[in-house]
Design a protein around this ligand. Structure first.
Ligand SMILES: [Zn+2]
Length: 366
C-alpha cells in the first residue's frame, strides 16, 4: 500500500483544493523533502484564476523549505534529516541552456528525444515545481536533480527567514542585478509587492544612492522605506515621471526596475530613464507591450531592456541565505500571515484579494 499525503492541487479555474495523493517514489537523482514551510506566490494566483494553465490535478506551489526525508541513490553530500531549501526554479544543470548561462530556460528534460531534448532550451521551463511537476504546497515534494538543487539551511536561520529565498528574494535581486546598478546610481522600482520590495532591497545592497519606490498602496510604500527606498511615490497622488525628473534635476534615472507586468508600469519605467539607462523587467505580462517611441528615442537612446526568470540552483540559494545569515537583510517582515496546509483554500482567498495588508503567507503542513 502506498502512503498518502495532503497536497493542494489545481482542480479547475477558480478552484485549488486540498486532496490526497501518494507520497512520490524517489528516483536515483531525486530527493524527497518533507515540507515544513512553504508559501503562496502571485503566480499561484494566476494559476488559480486560470490565467496561467497547468495540468488538472497538479500540486501547486514552488517555494520549498523542509527536511530531507529520503535521498536518491545517486545523490551524495547530504544527509537524511538535514534542513534544506530548493529554488523555485530547479534546472537540470546538464543541458546546453544551463551551460550557456541561462539555466532558468532549461528544457533538457521536457522531451527525451525531440526538439527540447535536442538542444535543451525552453523558455521558462527551468521552473518545474507547480508548473511541470508536482509542487510544494503539500506534505512532501520530490526535488528533481537534487544534487544541483538542494541547499542546506544554515543553523540558526528559521524557516520563515529563508522562506523568500526560493523565489521572491532570488527574483527581486535578479531584477536589481539586471538593472546594471553602479555605486551612486539612481534607481526607480515600479510596484512594491513582495518582488518589488526585494528589488528595492537588492538595489540598496548594490550601492544605489537614491532609490525611489513607486506603488499605489501606502502600506507597501512604508515597507519599501524599511527595506531601502529613500523616497516613495504613490502614483494616485502624483505624476511619477515628473517627480523622478524633479528628483534627478531633469537627468532621469540610471535604472528602472519593473515588478508588476503591465503596459503602464513598463512604459513608466522607460519614461523615467536617462538616455543610456537600463530597464530591468521582472513582471509577468499577459498582453502585448508597446514601446513609446519618444521615451525610446526612436531606438537610438542607448537603452538596455533586460528580462529575467528567477535564478535557481544550490549556489544561488546558498548566497541568498548568506545575505540573511550575515544580517545584511531581514525579510522576515514580509511574512504577515500564517496558515496550516489544511486551511490553504482560506489562505488563497485572503492572499488573492490582498486582504488585511497581506504581503506573504507562511503555509505549514504541521
Ligand atoms: Zn513565484
Amino acid at each position: 500500500m502506498t502512503a498518502k499525503m495532503k497536497a493542494a492541487i489545481f482542480v479547475a479555474p477558480g478552484r485549488i483544493e486540498l486532496a490526497e495523493k501518494p507520497i512520490p517514489a524517489v528516483g536515483a537523482t531525486d530527493a524527497l523533502v518533507r515540507i515544513t514551510t512553504t508559501t503562496i506566490c502571485g503566480t499561484d494566483v494566476h494559476i488559480l484564476k486560470g490565467e496561467y494553465p497547468v495540468a488538472k490535478g497538479l500540486t501547486v506551489g514552488h517555494e520549498p523549505v523542509g527536511v530531507i526525508e529520503k535521498l536518491g541513490s545517486g545523490v551524495s553530500g547530504y544527509t537524511e534529516g538535514q534542513r534544506v531549501i530548493a529554488g523555485a526554479i530547479c534546472p537540470s544543470f546538464t543541458s546546453y541552456a544551463c551551460q550557456d548561462g541561462v539555466p532558468s530556460q532549461d528544457g533538457a528534460y521536457l522531451v527525451a528525444s525531440g526538439q527540447c531534448g535536442a538542444h535543451g532550451y525552453k523558455a521558462t521551463a527551468g521552473w518545474r515545481f507547480g508548473n511541470i511537476i508536482d509542487g510544494t504546497q503539500a506534505e512532501y515534494v520530490l526535488v528533481p536533480d537534487a544534487q544541483a538543487n538542494l541547499a542546506p539551511v544554515p543553523d540558526g536561520l528559521t524557516d520563515e527567514q529563508v522562506l523568500m529565498c526560493p523565489d521572491i528574494m532570488s527574483t527581486g535581486f535578479k531584477g536589481a542585478e539586471n538593472a546594471n546598478i553602479k555605486i551612486g546610481d539612481v534607481v526607480v522600482v515600479f510596484a512594491q509587492g513582495p518582488i518589488g520590495l526585494c528589488a528595492t532591497a537588492g538595489a540598496r545592497l548594490l550601492g544605489a544612492s537614491l532609490i525611489i519606490g513607486v506603488d499605489g498602496n501606502d502600506h507597501r510604500l512604508g515597507i519599501a522605506k524599511q527595506l531601502g527606498a529613500d523616497v516613495t511615490l504613490n502614483f494616485n497622488h502624483c505624476d511619477v515621471i515628473a517627480e523622478v525628473m524633479k528628483l534627478t534635476g531633469g537627468r532621469g534615472a540610471d535604472s528602472a526596475i519593473e515588478a508588476l507586468g503591465t503596459q503602464a508600469t513598463f512604459e513608466s519605467a522607460l519614461r523615467v530613464l536617462k538616455p543610456g539607462g537600463t530597464l530591468s523587467s521582472l513582471g509577468v505580462y499577459s498582453s502585448d507591450l508597446s514601446i513609446p517611441i519618444g521615451a525610446f528615442a526612436a531606438g537610438l537612446g542607448d537603452h538596455t531592456i533586460r528580462t529575467a526568470l528567477c535564478p535557481g540552483g544550490k549556489e544561488r540559494m546558498r548566497r541568498l541565505m548568506r545575505v540573511i545569515e550575515s544580517g545584511r537583510l531581514d525579510l522576515g517582515l514580509l511574512v504577515t500571515h500564517r496558515y496550516k496546509l489544511d486551511d490553504i483554500v482560506a489562505a488563497y482567498e485572503m492572499f488573492s484579494h490582498q486582504r488585511d495588508g497581506v504581503l506573504k503567507v507562511a503555509i505549514k503542513p504541521h
